[in-house]
Design a protein around this ligand. Structure first.
Ligand code: FUL
Length: 484
């Protein structure tokens, strides 16, 4: 009863007056909100990379105090080409660089501060790591993103209005010199003790108001209209609420951001799952480091995540409808360390091996119903390899049963489902059954699907698989079903 009521309210809010009658020969109306075209592209990237590099690499710290001398920044063999090549060859689509971390040191020769590479021995002060990274990303076909820490423990005026001006000037400098920038990362860590130009004190700012984010975002959008903004609360993509690489098993791309802001205390749980009735499309990005720390520390050389650990993270990020943002920090030479490189290639091999043979391709698949009995909405769209076609039902049907007959002696380990999110995220619950020994047995279940859901099951020999969509905000719209 309640679900029906919600659904009709939802439809009423989506459809213009006069269109309330069902028209099951046409595509279903969108369930709002839906992703922007930039967000859609971001979903399709699936795997992005972070590169954390600054004075911390040389002081063995995670958060520089802000009093580091530029003279300590001296990578002897810095090669952004090695970073970009490795990332490209192991399946990553982008590279987001910490142009400035909390210590305030700038990896480009900013004209607004002396605290940068221009006063370091690196290339006798003529080096520019941001330019090198941007050029390397371009060369290897990766998109380039920028992390510019709002918190700056070096600046004397941090906490004053003039610092916000400084921060905006740096954004202008970065976007006009090193664009195009596909994603801008606003870190949530803010305020606390620091050097602050020698004051050496604790400063706290009002996270909700100090930076006046709306003005800053408008300014950046004027330079880069399609940029995706990451912050705890979006507006482009949100933090996933932890740094372990784990999105919620229930993971809505929707959330209501009105009262959220970067750094707001205790919002981790909400960010991890999103909310089914959220008013904005702000999907979770899963940021996690390949090492215990975000920056390189020689003592962590033996703690680099193994290919299997990275694969597990792949399942709890990409496999839960999010995008993975994996950090790989260059070492003091300015290179990805051999152990990290080895793990990345090992991980890429696992992904390739485990998702190499899609048993659902060309397998017969049928649905208990499909929209308006139109072949344009039939079950075979699930396995046609075309992300623009989908199976869907009549408007008044919010459940569905899909049955796939697999080739003889198929051993199944992973089932992949994808919603056609251009029409909004809908599915709330599903179960999966296998035909074994003459009967249907439940092998797994789940809640949300979103852009992509990967279900890992104990490898079993299966003749047929049945997917039961048991709850959906409106008629389910599924574009892909793959079985490995
Ligand atoms: C955090 C920062 O404090 C870490 O140093 C790192 O940059 C991580 C990605 O975000 O909030």
């Amino acid at each position: 009863m309640c679900a029906l009521l919600n659904r009709s309210l939802l439809l009423a809010s989506m459809l213009p007056l006069g269109l309330m009658a069902q028209n099951n020969t046409k595509a279903p109306a969108a369930v709002l909100p839906v992703p922007s075209s930039a967000q859609l592209k971001w979903h399709e990237m699936e795997m992005n990379a972070f590169v954390h590099f600054t004075t911390n690499t040389f002081t063995d710290k995670e958060w520089g105090y802000g009093d580091e001398q530029p003279s300590i920044f001296n990578p002897t063999q810095a090669d952004a080409g090695q970073w970009a090549r490795t990332l490209k060859e192991t399946g990553f689509k982008t590279m987001i660089l910490t142009c400035k971390h909390h210590d305030g040191f700038c990896l480009w020769p900013s004209k607004y501060t002396e605290h940068s590479v221009k006063n370091s021995p690196y290339k006798n002060g003529k080096g520019d790591i941001v330019r090198d990274a941007r050029d390397a990303a371009k060369k290897y076909g990766l998109q380039f993103g920028v992390y510019l820490s709002p918190w700056d423990r070096n600046r004397a005026d941090y906490g004053q209005p003039s610092y916000v001006e400084y921060y905006r000037n740096q954004l202008k400098e970065l976007f006009t010199t090193y664009g195009p920038v596909f994603e801008m990362w606003f870190d949530g860590a803010n305020g606390g003790d620091g050097y602050y130009g020698g004051a050496k004190e604790k400063r706290s700012i009002k996270g909700a108001t100090y930076y006046d984010w709306p003005t800053t975002l408008d300014m950046v959008r004027k330079m880069e209209p399609n940029v995706i903004f990451f912050s705890d609360a979006g507006p482009g993509v949100r933090w996933v609420g932890n740094e372990r690489g784990v999105a919620g098993e229930t993971n809505w791309n929707t959330i209501t951001t009105d009262t959220l802001y970067a750094g707001k205390p205790n919002i981790e749980k909400l960010l991890n799952t999103g909310s089914p009735d959220g008013t904005k499309w702000v999907p979770a990005e899963v940021d996690v480091s390949i090492r215990p720390g975000w920056f390189y520390h020689a003592k962590e050389d033996k703690e680099v995540k193994t290919p299997e650990q990275l694969f597990d993270i792949y399942l709890t990020s990409v496999g839960r409808g999010s995008t993975l943002l994996l950090n790989v920090p260059p070492d003091r030479r300015g290179l990805f360390h051999e152990n990290d490189v080895k793990s990345l290639y090992g991980f890429a091999t696992l992904v390739k091996q485990r998702f190499s043979k899609n048993l659902a391709v060309k397998a017969p698949v049928k649905a208990d119903s499909y929209r308006g009995n139109q072949t344009a909405f039939a079950a075979r769209n699930l396995t046609d390899g075309n992300k623009e076609t989908y199976w869907t039902t009549n408007d008044d049907i919010t459940t569905g049963q899909l049955e796939v007959t697999l080739p003889a002696n198929s051993t199944v380990s992973y089932i992949v489902l994808q919603e056609y999110i251009k029409l909004g995220q809908r599915v709330q619950s599903f179960t999966i059954e296998a035909w074994q020994d003459g009967t249907w047995k439940k092998i797994t279940d789940g809640t949300t699907i979103g852009y992509k859901r990967i279900l890992k099951i104990d490898p079993v020999s299966i003749g047929k698989i049945r997917i039961n969509i048991t709850g959906s905000k409106a008629c389910p719209v599924i574009s892909n079903l793959a079985i490995y």
